[in-house]
Design a protein around this ligand. Structure first.
Ligand SMILES: [Zn+2]
Length: 58
């Protein structure tokens, strides 16, 4: 099992993510955020699609 350290810094604002972090799983790694807002901003900045859908029309 994966235990997340509550003191892990948010990837956007560097505040501790706490006991219920917002995680964003990319193809490369899992990123942790302190709040939904930070996660959303990070996604926007880096144009990350969570759980990319392979069946998406192209
Ligand atoms: Zn944050």
């Amino acid at each position: 099992m994966t235990t997340i350290d509550p003191a892990t810094p948010c990837d956007l604002c560097s505040l501790p993510v706490g006991i219920k972090p917002f995680s964003l799983t990319t193809a490369e790694k899992t990123i942790l955020f302190c709040c939904e807002g930070c996660k959303g901003i990070y996604q926007m900045l880096h144009q990350i699609n969570e759980t990319p859908a392979p069946s998406q029309d192209n």
